[in-house]
Design a protein around this ligand. Structure first.
Ligand SMILES: Nc1ncnc2c1ncn2[C@@H]1O[C@H](COP(=O)(O)OP(=O)(O)OP(=O)(O)O)[C@@H](O)[C@H]1O
Length: 240
């Protein structure tokens, strides 16, 4: 699925948080939104998720306008800091959650759900941990389960907001590779919010650098390093 963000604006309490943001995310691409605190990254991701409504502009998913589609109807997978695992549910039940709450014809049968959970446990390389509870997992394992939960519904878009921020540096580094591999294997279009430049460059195909509610530049690591489009991008990349 491709996502077109078309001249999105958002104001909070009279302050412009997103100013005419336009960006195209290609089918199957992993794109990172990188920028300092307060630059509008999370607001943009929340808008894409449908958790916040824009004041102006449009969101198009494969050409279809989804700007006002309710969050629950978008079928996006989310791994957000605030979206921790359900502590009272086993790993398998956490992963199956999105499938269990599906409505009508889309809802897989119990047997189908069990098969899907097994596939996902294999995918995150934790086949033996289905019956554990979140408290019995390491932080890195919990994040892999969160990824599996997000992927269970075969999401049309995968949204990740600082998914590694609660983890220590070593675990963060090892998870970057597995998130990237999972996204490739599944082929889902993905967006990652981060303020960590090395994380953005390691995981993403392209990086959108945000500053003050604007996208200053979108490009690969080489493009941003060799041809920064503004002083901000040059300094931000050099400082990272
Ligand atoms: N619900 C809200 N009400 C009022 N202001 C908000 C709200 N959400 C975000 N803001 C403001 O919008 C600006 C952008 O915030 P946002 O969280 O999008 O930035 P960010 O780049 O994700 O930063 P961080 O990396 O610190 O999360 C900030 O100035 C923030 O205070």
């Amino acid at each position: 699925m491709s996502l077109e963000i078309d001249r999105i604006t958002k104001t909070f309490d009279g302050a412009a948080v997103l100013r005419d943001v336009s960006l195209n995310v290609r089918d199957g691409e992993f794109l990172a939104l990188l920028g300092p605190s307060g630059s509008g990254k999370t607001t943009l991701l929340n808008l894409i998720a449908g958790l916040t409504q824009p004041d102006g502009g449009k969101l198009l998913l494969d050409g279809t306008d989804i700007t006002h589609k309710p969050a629950g109807a978008r079928r996006f997978g989310m791994v957000f800091q605030s979206y921790a695992l359900f502590r009272h549910m086993s790993v398998a039940d956490n992963i199956a959650f999105g499938l269990r709450i599906m409505r009508g014809r889309d809802r897989p049968s119990k047997a189908e759900r069990r098969t899907r959970v097994c596939e996902l446990l294999d995918l995150i390389e934790m086949p033996e941990l289905a019956d554990r509870y979140p408290a019995q997992l390491s932080g890195g394992q919990q994040q892999r389960v969160a990824m599996a939960r997000a992927l269970a519904i075969s999401p049309r878009l995968l949204l990740l907001d600082e998914p590694f921020s609660a983890l220590d540096a070593q675990v963060r580094r090892s998870l970057r590779g597995s998130v990237r591999d999972l996204q490739r294997k599944v082929g889902v279009t993905a967006l990652l919010v981060t303020h960590d430049q090395s994380e953005a460059f390691e995981i993403a195909d392209r990086v959108a650098v945000m500053n003050g509610g604007l996208i200053e530049q979108v490009g690969t690591r080489e493009e941003l390093q060799q041809n920064p489009a503004s002083d901000f991008v040059r300094q931000f990349i050099a400082a990272g």
